[in-house]
Design a protein around this ligand. Structure first.
Ligand code: FAD
Ligand code: MLT
Ligand code: ZN
Length: 546
């Protein structure tokens, strides 16, 4: 009770702050990081995790002998088909080759000896036609930030990187429709739009590296989905190169087009198994003039749900993000990311980052003020801070966005991305902690002394999407077995999905049946046969192994 009393006395301070930002004393917010940071440097993360070849980790996943092993003639053809001298990387330069063979988590490692980086759709077409004619397996690759092992080869598949296809083709400021090459980096697109007063309808911690083609291929969710919806709604059309080299326009950059099947929807989330996306047209909204960011400390998941309900009620159309993370996530960020401090001292079980975006600052401030008054007077929140400027807002976002990097730095990071009814989100984390503790793999007191050091939860609460992460010293079959079948069974029991936004890739392919029926998977296989009869595109992934 004394705590609540203390909060109530703070409330007027917050209210004043919302109405007149300068009224908040600076000391309320101490997290002052420059901007959202994202690092891909291998040395800066996961240093401890030894990386075994994927083929050794999955010995049953044998190389398909129907696929051709590359010879000098093949390489000569690719060199002639791709004009740019930097467009072909071979085993002659193993250091250049390596990053294309290993995934961001450093969990999966392929053995490709050839990376192709075409600069145009016609070059992609020529490459795929040749590969199809010659039974050469191909892995399409964007920014290689995928988290399910889908973007790197399993064996010696050729890597088809979209890196060099990075031109913005057109932007219409009246409709807000952007058309660009698939290899454009998400952050570059967002910066481009910012100058015109628009914003990309999606945002991820990986935005400095991931590409729009990769985003569409994975149907990435991210931090703005709550506000702008999924790519199934915002992508208007795309250009795709089929496995046999045919170039197909899937729709036009129009908001309305009811002619024929909406085939682009099949490519959204198909993870490079049906075709290679070479350009995308996407509907972009106006950038909001008024943005507020607050971080609140909450003592229980029940309270967190109350805060969420209140946010939807009080903030309604201006609510643009509702992200949560638990105490361990914050502690790991503080441990691994330089200069990060929480914006307030209270050590609570959960934290929530709330963002509002609107066009009228006074209107938004009033709404936020009402919301904060409710959650604080009604005891849903222990403590909180409201960013006073863009730098402080970026500092708060930085905490949320560097959780992934911090977990990776702990070593072997078992990463799960699931949807279940919102009320059950954290039950999944607690259930996992209990199960592993019973098997002696996790210290129930949270002392990080077992084989599994941390079992944490964070994610897009507004979307019912939990990121359950476990850290260990490495990946072992024993741990994987202890975690995965029970977890996937639990998600199925709860009516959830085993992949909310990261996709299926290699990691979840064997478990697809926990989310999809046998008939559904059969239909998927029929589609695959139709689009890619020889199965050259991203083999060994997405579909359960037969
Ligand atoms: P890649 O990793 O290169 O490829 C992913 C898959 O798409 C592969 O199967 C690949 O074959 C296929 N592919 C790539 N490009 C094409 C193409 N042009 N045509 C056909 N297939 C293609 N994901 C989320 O959903 N939400 C998040 O909030 C989020 N945050 C992240 C934060 C961090 C720090 C990191 C490292 C990752 C995060 N991710 C998130 C995962 C990842 O960034 C997304 O899946 C992203 O969309 C992948 O884009 P990419 O360009 O890196 O694709
Ligand atoms: C996120 O929401 O931060 C991403 O999906 C990445 C992750 O799950 O680690
Ligand atoms: Zn996410």
């Amino acid at each position: 009770m004394p705590r609540l009393a203390a909060l109530s006395t703070r409330l007027p301070l917050l209210r004043t702050a919302v109405a007149a930002a300068s009224a908040i004393p600076r000391r309320r917010i101490v997290c002052l990081l420059p901007k959202r940071a994202f690092s891909l440097a291998p040395t800066a993360r996961a240093a401890a995790a030894a990386q075994a070849l994927t083929s050794a980790q999955y010995p049953t996943l044998r190389r398909n002998p129907d696929f051709k092993t590359l010879n000098d003639n093949d390489v000569a053809f690719f060199k002639s088909a791709i004009k740019s001298p930097a467009g072909v990387i071979t085993a002659d330069t193993p250091d250049e080759l390596e990053p294309f063979n290993q995934d961001w988590m450093r969990r999966f490692k392929g053995q490709s000896t050839l990376v192709l980086r075409p600069s145009s759709t016609s070059e992609v077409s020529a490459v795929l036609k040749y590969c199809n004619d010659n039974n050469i397996a191909v892995v399409p690759q964007g920014g290689n930030t995928g988290l399910v092992g889908g973007s790197v080869p399993v064996h010696d598949e050729v890597v088809l990187s979209l890196q060099n296809m990075n031109q913005i083709r057109e932007f219409d400021p009246v409709s807000g429709i952007l058309t660009c090459d698939a290899g454009c980096v998400l952050e570059v697109l967002d910066n481009h739009l910012a100058q015109k007063g628009f914003i990309m309808p999606l945002d991820l911690g990986a935005k400095g590296s991931c590409q729009i083609g990769g985003n569409v291929a994975t149907n990435a969710g991210g931090l703005r989905l709550l506000r702008y919806g999924s790519l199934h709604g915002t992508v208007l059309s795309m250009e795709v190169v089929m496995a046999d080299g045919r170039i197909v326009e899937c729709g036009k950059p129009l908001r309305k087009d009811n002619t024929g099947f909406d085939l682009k929807q099949l490519f959204i989330g198909s993870e490079g198994t049906l075709g290679v996306i070479t350009s995308v047209s996407i509907l972009t909204p106006r950038r909001s003039r008024a943005v507020n960011v607050a971080m609140l400390g909450v003592s229980s998941f029940d309270h967190l749900m109350e805060v969420f309900k209140q946010a939807k009620m009080d903030l309604n159309e201006i609510l643009s993000a509702f992200e949560f993370f638990d105490r361990t996530c914050l502690n790991l960020v503080k441990r691994h990311i330089p200069n990060v401090r929480a914006p307030f001292d209270a050590d609570t079980r959960f934290y929530v980052l709330i963002e509002t975006s609107g066009s009228n600052k006074d209107h938004d401030d009033d709404k936020l003020s009402t919301f904060l008054e409710h959650v604080m007077t009604e005891g849903m929140v222990e403590d909180g801070a409201l960013a006073q400027d863009a730098t402080q807002a970026a500092g708060m976002w930085n905490i949320r966005e560097t959780i992934t990097e911090s977990l990776a730095k702990e070593g072997g990071n078992y990463k799960y991305d699931l949807s279940v009814p919102v009320a059950q989100l954290y039950d999944v984390v607690e259930e996992m902690q209990k199960q592993l503790a019973e098997r002696g793999l996790y210290a129930a007191d949270g002392s990080a002394t077992g084989a599994v050091k941390h079992v944490v939860g964070f994610g897009h609460m507004g979307d019912g999407n939990l990121h359950l992460n476990l850290t260990s010293t490495g990946w072992t079959t024993e741990l994987t077995q202890a975690i995965e079948p029970p977890l996937y069974k639990s998600i199925q029991r709860r009516g959830g999905s085993i992949s909310a936004e990261h996709g299926v890739g290699l990691m979840k392919a064997p478990y697809l049946s926990y989310s999809k029926s046998a008939d559904f998977i059969d239909l998927m296989k029929s589609m695959k046969k139709l689009f890619d009869p020889k199965g050259i595109l991203n083999p060994y992934k997405y579909f359960p192994p037969s």
